[in-house]
Design a protein around this ligand. Structure first.
Ligand code: NI
Length: 284
């Protein structure tokens, strides 16, 4: 039966569709101060701002734990949030018994701490977690994924300011105006773009955040920052500089440059505004 407004009734299906197999991932952020000499053991009094309390200048982190599974019948939880909080704080206390070592370098030490944290949280929870992200600043994070347990992903954010105009030369002026609106104004307009680049470094040689920043600055920021993308940048001479295309161009520019250093580009996200972003990654 086909629904039509005239029928004023909902369709009756001939057969009940099979329930698709789904997977639920629960994500929980635990804010934690890892200042030296302040082991982050429970209990926590202010989980919003982070615990232990900030009495001086803390080494503040967010540890984001992801757990995959089906919500339990009745209670509806995949895992209790209180259990994740407790497990994360206990694992952090185990991993950083004297607080964090501010000279926690090189990257292999960070990787081993991520592995230690993820296995510690899994042990305290009683089942394996799927993913762990350690946000060491609002702009930098390391992450661990159960599917690649010996690999640490580095992610870093950047910004560049650029002007652009959205216009498709195959459309008429009227069609362009109707499609792109104010973004089609002839002299363009600007954005402060934010860029996040996530990479898988090589197992052998060290490749840290500073190396990632060097490559991104030389490959993307120097090329696009304070430019008119349509006029100044050959990449957009025949390519409309939408946020989708900017992310794709950044990905295509960065991938070979990173590969030269043995680094695999995992993902590029470009925010045009706080509300609009595009992500490009290799399809799986
Ligand atoms: Ni725009």
């Amino acid at each position: 039966m086909i629904f039509s407004p005239e029928s004023q009734s909902f369709p009756v299906m001939d057969s009940v569709p099979s329930t698709p197999t789904t997977r639920t991932t629960l994500s929980r952020c635990v804010r934690i101060s890892l200042a030296a000499g302040a082991p982050p053991a429970p209990p926590a009094f202010n989980t919003f701002a982070g615990y232990p309390s900030v009495n001086s200048v803390p080494l503040w982190s967010e540890i984001v734990v992801e757990v995959t599974g089906a919500p339990k019948r009745g209670i509806g939880y995949v895992t209790s949030l209180a259990q994740i909080d407790q497990a994360t704080r206990l694992a952090a206390a185990d991993a950083f018994p004297q607080g964090i070592d501010s000279a926690l370098q090189p990257r292999t030490a960070i990787s081993s701490k991520l592995t230690e944290l993820s296995s510690g949280i899994s042990a305290h929870l009683g089942h394996p977690i799927a993913r762990l992200t350690w946000r060491v600043s609002p702009y930098h994070h390391y992450s661990w994924d159960r599917s690649m347990p010996t690999t640490t992903t580095l992610s870093c954010q950047f910004e560049f300011a650029a002007a652009h105009r959205l216009n498709d030369p195959d459309l008429t002026a009227e069609e362009n105006l109707a499609l792109f609106g104010k973004c089609n104004r002839p002299n363009g307009h600007g954005h402060n773009y934010r860029l996040e680049v996530a990479v898988l470094p090589p197992h052998g040689p060290l490749f840290g955040m500073a190396d990632l920043e060097r490559v991104v600055a030389g490959t993307v920021l120097d090329r696009f920052d304070h430019r008119n993308l349509n006029v100044d940048c050959a990449e957009f001479a025949t390519l409309n500089p939408t946020v989708e295309n900017i992310a794709a161009v950044c990905f295509d520019l960065l991938r070979p440059m990173l590969a030269e250093e043995g680094v695999t580009l995992q993902r590029v996200t470009v925010w045009e505004t706080a509300k609009t972003s595009a992500t490009v990654e290799v399809a799986t």
